[in-house]
Unconditional design. Structure first.
Ligand code: NI
Length: 456
């Protein structure tokens, strides 16, 4: 603020203070006496202080007077601090289609129910559907998500206003043979979106290129997308090997697996996030590991659509980076990452009759550090000095969490999403004790009701 123009000059300092909300004054926070799960070398610190200045964690441990100066102190005793969760695969505006089409096969669900409604979606639907999903995410500990959808400017506006972090991409579908796709609307929208939003909102928003899947994109189209992504240095987000139908059709049509098909088309030359990978073979997992492709595991969605159970233990053994995601709220039917952490730590044990598979810590890593690798940020997904201040606080003073024999086990097997009492992204508190700081809940409820009435 400058006061060059005398007409705007306040009479005294109290007027300035009155104008600013507390959130705007506090650019510095101290979480006092917190138990901290750093996810950095899996370390747990009891009763320490964490200093956040602007958008970074600037100190951990005991703080000196200068560090304490002018900070808002948050009493974190009896609470646990950990890195915010990273949702590795989502379609956030699909909250509008929550509980709309259930108990059917993926092909019937997608082609007969979802695609027809999605054709009617307008910018306003995307904006309110996204804000609704973002509210659900920040209230349940998610601070970052990787998303692919349509009307991306409206989705990005919701991300920008809400304060959450996201990698966003416009889903692209075209089964035409080309060879020229320079007039393709979706590809051109992707380019415009990437130029406008990549790096926006203090870097909270990044862009990606998203060929939807091998069964909705021709090989020529995927090639064109890859060539364009290479020109912009953009990462790729794609659905891969989600169902047995996709896997077998690909073998019939191209004589190779879906992963090998994408590899041969050059997709993995770009940094890639591949969602699902339910039917990948061991050779496919080696291709993913060798090319540093992140596989996103979506246990709820895969179970609900009966797609199968992804070979996560094998993929991890082979060295694949496995992140965790919710998929859209129409195939889940929520955006609760603690539920995914819980499922990921349970289903592989049961499916393989092996209680050693996917430990609580492995599951938590998928939802934090591995998600940070997926999005290409090495200063995210951990609590350490210099890392981005994307932090959640969990109230451990709950009957279902006592006694805390083991924090990591508690997080994977006992914590409920509603135990999250504070969510901070980029050093800004977005949610605290049930209150949304950046989103007007009433406005979103009203907007959702209007969209629902028009669409259905
Ligand atoms: Ni998906």
């Amino acid at each position: 603020m400058t006061w060059e123009d005398d007409r705007n000059k306040p009479d005294d300092i109290t007027e300035i203070v009155d104008r600013l909300m507390p959130e705007e004054i506090f650019m510095k926070y101290i979480f006092k006496n917190a138990m901290v799960l750093t996810m950095n070398n899996q370390e747990i610190s009891e009763s320490c202080d964490v200093l956040v200045e602007d958008d970074v964690i600037s100190a951990i441990g005991s703080l000196n007077d200068e560090q304490k100066n002018n900070a808002r102190v948050i009493d974190a005793s009896g609470k646990l601090l950990m890195p915010g969760l990273i949702n590795g695969h989502c379609h956030v505006p699909m909250t509008l289609l929550r509980n709309y089409a259930d108990d059917m096969s993926l092909q019937t669900w997608l082609f007969d129910h979802i695609f027809p409604v999605e054709e009617k979606l307008q910018g306003e639907d995307i904006y309110y559907g996204s804000l609704l999903g973002i509210m659900e995410m920040i209230a349940s500990g998610t601070t970052c998500f990787i998303d692919m959808y349509d009307h991306m400017n409206d989705l990005a506006r919701a991300v920008e206003e809400s304060g959450i972090r996201a990698q966003l991409s416009r889903g692209m579908i075209n089964t035409g043979e080309g060879p020229d796709f320079s007039d393709d609307t979706r590809l051109n929208e992707t380019i415009d979106f990437y130029k406008r939003w990549n790096g926006a909102a203090n870097g909270r928003i990044t862009g990606a290129f998203a060929p939807h899947a091998i069964y909705t994109c021709s090989p020529a189209y995927i090639r064109a997308i890859v060539e364009t992504a290479q020109k912009y240095g953009a990462p790729i987000h794609v659905h891969l090997d989600e169902t047995l139908v996709e896997h077998e059709d690909c073998l019939k049509k191209y004589g190779k697996t879906p992963a090998k098909h994408l590899y041969d088309l050059g997709v993995f030359e770009q940094k890639t996030v591949a969602a699902h990978c339910v039917w990948i073979t061991e050779d496919d997992a080696r291709i993913l590991a060798d090319n540093k492709v992140t596989m996103t595991h979506n246990p709820s969605s895969n179970l609900k659509l009966a797609s199968g159970i992804a070979p996560v233990p094998n993929a991890l053994n082979i060295g694949v980076n496995v992140a965790l995601g919710t998929d859209g709220a129409s195939s889940n039917n929520n955006l609760n990452m603690f539920e995914e952490i819980n499922l990921a730590a349970l289903i592989h044990k049961g499916a393989n009759q092996d209680p050693l598979l996917i430990t609580a810590m492995e599951s938590l890593k998928m939802a934090t550090v591995n998600g940070a690798i997926a999005i290409g940020m090495d200063n995210l997904g951990v609590i350490k000095e210099g890392a981005k201040a994307d932090i959640i606080m969990i109230d451990m003073d709950k009957p279902h969490l006592m006694p805390v024999h083991n924090v990591v086990s508690a997080l994977a097997y006992s914590v409920q999403a509603s135990d999250v009492c504070l969510t901070m992204v980029d050093g800004e508190i977005l949610y605290e004790n049930g209150e949304f700081k950046t989103i007007d809940k009433e406005k979103v409820s009203h907007g959702i009701k209007k969209c629902y009435e028009r669409l259905f």
